[in-house]
Design a protein around this ligand. Structure first.
Ligand SMILES: [Fe+2]
Ligand SMILES: [Fe+2]
Length: 404
């Protein structure tokens, strides 16, 4: 296990990449790492922060408006010599945080026929009932708060949607590569900026009171969100995981065609003024993407390289199914805990005031906070620290400055 002191050293190097107070998109800081015994959940959270910073340092990020010295700061932000420590730690962090899940998925996939698997997957997704999250929202008086948190946690990936998977498309690997490239250009709006999926996601953020710049909500990403997005990056930023990447796309495109339809319908009914084109576009185009992944990517790769490739594709899909299921269950558990706290008069739903957010805190850490302390939990709202101490594992928040 990487020592807390090593994570702290990475944090010091990352903190120097941009000037303090700069654009959030260039803010590479991670939280201060406590001694492991003090709060293992916090240490795990910060290891995930370091890993996501490593991944984010491998593609271009620019603020919407330059701070005035963009050339100089871009050179500094992406200086390979200043990224040495986090880059060197990447493989070990992946082995500690992600590889065990990959190995478990491989064990579950061994010997399974990818074509039978994908046929069953498509059928099951189409027949599945409405997603547990949107079904829950229909029963909740705090639906806007829960939805805000869903958008915030998902923004870790979706405000730069397909930047992770783009890294799996470069190179030279035959006809499947060209099919993947066609999917990728759809994700990028076919070159029309206002149709790029990451851009379509922005009005959802602002409609629910959130900033729409990539990484602007970084300080409130919880551990399940970091874990999910690190899992995706781990696949696509490692060429050796090519066939797992295909499995990810198989599951993601298939399940997205269904989940985005649920979200589109839900928003149209509950929040009809919200611009939900992001979901409407996916409900349509991911039908095509699913077919393309099956027919033009998976099938020719297995035909050319043998059945072991099919096992990897199933493993990638199973890894993805498991990762999304875990994240979804944790978000639902968190939403329920928050709703109960509001019912007890000990929490209030509200959009985060980012300038008031202070020290990071997990439920275990909250037990030691003073009575008057309040914690902002993701995009949900503010809860008494003593109540946050009983929140489910993976919950993460920030002490609210000046809360008395
Ligand atoms: Fe997309
Ligand atoms: Fe897609």
């Amino acid at each position: 296990m990487m020592a807390a002191a090593d994570i702290a050293r990475i944090g010091e190097q990352l903190a120097g990449l941009d000037k303090p107070g700069g654009p959030a998109i260039w803010d590479t800081r991670i939280d201060a790492c406590p001694a492991r015994a003090a709060d293992p959940a916090m240490v795990e959270h910060i290891r995930h922060q370091a890993l996501l910073r490593a991944y984010q340092s491998r593609y271009v990020l620019l603020p919407s408006e330059g701070p005035g010295d963009t050339v100089e700061r871009l050179r500094r932000r992406y200086d390979p010599k200043a990224l040495v420590q986090v880059e060197a730690a990447r493989g070990q962090l992946e082995d500690e945080l992600i590889t065990p899940s990959i190995e478990a998925a491989r064990a579950a996939a061994q010997g399974r026929d990818w074509a039978t698997y994908s046929e069953a997957l498509v059928g099951a997704v189409r027949q599945a009932p409405e997603s547990a999250f949107t079904a829950f929202l229909r029963t909740s008086a705090l639906a806007a708060d829960h939805y805000r948190n869903f958008l915030l946690q998902s923004s870790a990936d979706l405000l730069a949607e397909a930047s992770a998977s783009a890294l799996g498309v470069v190179g030279e690997f035959g006809p499947a590569q060209s099919a993947l490239f066609r999917i990728l250009i759809d994700e990028f709006g076919y070159g029309a900026h206002d149709r790029k999926h990451a851009v379509l996601y922005r009005p959802l953020m602002t409609a629910f009171g959130l900033p729409d710049e990539y990484n602007a909500c970084w300080s409130l990403f919880d551990t399940p969100a970091l874990r999910l997005h690190n899992t995706i990056h781990c696949l696509f930023q490692n060429p050796r995981h090519l066939f797992l990447q295909v499995g990810f796309l198989l599951h993601a495109e298939t399940s997205y065609q269904r989940s985005t339809r649920d979200h589109f319908r839900y928003l149209s009914e509950a929040f009809p003024a919200v611009d939900a084109r992001y979901f409407g576009e996916h409900a349509h185009i991911d039908l095509h993407h699913t077919r393309m992944v099956i027919e033009e990517v998976a099938a020719p790769l297995v035909a050319a390289h043998g059945p072991e490739v099919g096992f990897e594709i199933v493993a990638g899909a199973e890894l993805t199914r498991q990762a999304f299921a875990e994240t979804g269950a944790q978000m639902l558990a968190l939403s329920r805990a928050f709703e109960a706290a509001v019912g007890d008069g000990r929490a209030a739903g509200r959009a985060p005031s980012f300038e008031r957010l202070d020290a990071a805190v997990t439920p275990a850490g909250a037990a030691g906070l003073p009575n008057h302390a309040r914690v902002q939990v993701g995009g949900l709202g503010v809860v008494e620290a003593a109540v946050f101490a009983g929140f489910p594992s993976g919950a993460f928040g920030r002490v609210l400055e000046g809360a008395a």
